[in-house]
Write a protein that binds this ligand. Structure first.
Ligand code: FES
Length: 137
């Protein structure tokens, strides 16, 4: 998954796969205006639009009409980003309405919270179980 804030300020999510031969595009985090595939340098804008390929003229008939990055579904809720690889899936608010209501009930000012600290832990578990456990505390 590739999540990027475009130069227009919009946060988008894409499959982290090049349209040429499916090489992974980015690792870790960082700041860049263009996304360039490390394999043959197909290049995409921060909006996911295909921009350029080395030898583009000779590839003219080979580059698909839509070589843009494949989007994922991204939704914001109370300052959290939720991403689903399936752009056509039902909205989160429909799928997890009870969870989202519980969050708001437990913390009515949820969307006013600001991050005080950040740490990362790899957990071999379903993220929903981790959040549920966290809320019990
Ligand atoms: S896989 Fe990215 S340029 Fe070929």
């Amino acid at each position: 998954m590739l999540i990027i804030r475009g130069q227009d300020g919009v946060i988008r999510a894409f499959h982290n796969v090049c349209g040429h031969r499916a090489h992974p595009l980015l690792e870790d985090s960082g700041n860049r205006k263009l996304i360039t595939c490390p394999y043959r340098q197909w290049c995409y804008g921060s909006d996911g639009k295909f921009r350029q390929a080395c030898g583009r003229d000779s590839l003219k008939d080979w580059i698909p009409d839509n070589a843009d990055l494949k989007p994922a579904r991204r939704e914001d809720y109370c300052g959290f980003l939720f991403v689903n690889m399936d752009p056509d899936t039902r909205p989160l608010i429909d799928q997890a309405a009870v969870l989202l209501k519980d969050m708001k009930d437990a913390c009515p000012r949820f969307d006013e919270l600001v991050r005080a600290e950040r740490w990362e832990v790899d957990v071999n578990a379903n993220w929903k179980a981790v959040i549920d456990n966290n809320h019990e505390c």
